[in-house]
Design a protein around this ligand. Structure first.
Ligand SMILES: [Ca+2]
Ligand SMILES: [Ca+2]
Length: 249
């Protein structure tokens, strides 16, 4: 089944299913009477205004991590954002990095153990991590080693890099101050057209790289919470066609 997806003026994609009723298949009502996709219940994110969609969910043992598909994987938080796929659906490597507006510029934010995103203090940086960040963002390699931007803010917490630690998220610890109040900005190049990102390669079965960059300029990447989930095709300047299941969440 294919579905038309409407493009808002800010170019984010909003499914026309978003305006369906709770009685429609695949929809479920929150206590506040808002209507969200069934898949948004117990997916690790608060979607109902009171967080009811994340209550009374299946749980895993303390030593395990619960994947988005409810699989329990040994390792707990240590397997999250550690540059290795551990969940069958790869969800342990989702949502590790994001870009947020910092004043007049954009800066890097990373997921911490507490589930929150924090800016990264620029006092210590490993340039090899710039490509890792761009991969997590679903983009091509970094266009530089990363840069520092001044963004002072009282009472803010930062992530400080400790390069000697292994993994990715475990390299960053939370601090109450940052030398120079400078935070990291990482610029990424566009993902190579027609070629799967390395981090998604295990999920491409029987595929092969496309031949010519720019051969499919009408293709789009539909992202949810900064994570690529599906491709789509531009129909015109306002509509995208994609598979129905791609907009069920
Ligand atoms: Ca949810
Ligand atoms: Ca992992």
């Amino acid at each position: 089944m294919f579905l038309l997806t409407h493009l808002q003026r800010d170019d984010t994609a909003v499914s026309v299913e978003g305006f369906c009723r709770c009685a429609d298949p695949g929809r479920r009502q929150c206590p506040d009477r808002t209507c969200i996709p069934q898949e948004w219940f117990c997916d690790g994110y608060d979607d109902c205004s009171d967080g009811a969609d994340e209550m009374n969910c299946p749980t895993c043992a303390a030593s395990q991590h619960r994947c988005a598909d409810f699989t329990c994987v040994e390792g707990g938080d240590s397997i999250v954002c550690d540059l290795s796929y551990d969940c069958p659906d790869g969800s342990d490597e989702w949502g590790c990095a994001a870009v947020e507006q910092c004043g007049q510029d954009n800066c890097l934010t990373l997921s911490h153990l507490d589930g929150e995103f924090y800016e990264v203090c620029a006092s210590v940086w490993d340039s090899s991590l710039s490509d890792v960040v761009c991969s997590y963002l679903g983009q091509g390699n970094s266009t530089g080693t990363g840069s520092a931007i001044s963004y002072p803010s009282a009472g803010k917490k930062y992530l400080i890099l400790n390069p000697s630690q292994s993994g990715f998220r475990s390299k960053f610890s939370l601090a109450n101050s940052c030398t120079g109040d400078s935070v990291m900005k990482v610029s990424c190049g566009p993902a190579a057209c027609g070629r799967p990102l390395p981090q998604f390669s295990p999920y491409v079965i029987g595929g092969k790289s496309a031949d010519t960059a720019g051969k499919w300029p009408w293709q789009v990447s539909l992202k949810y919470r900064n994570i690529h989930h599906c491709g789509g095709s531009l129909i015109n300047n306002r509509w995208v066609a994609t598979a129905g299941h791609c907009v069920s969440r």
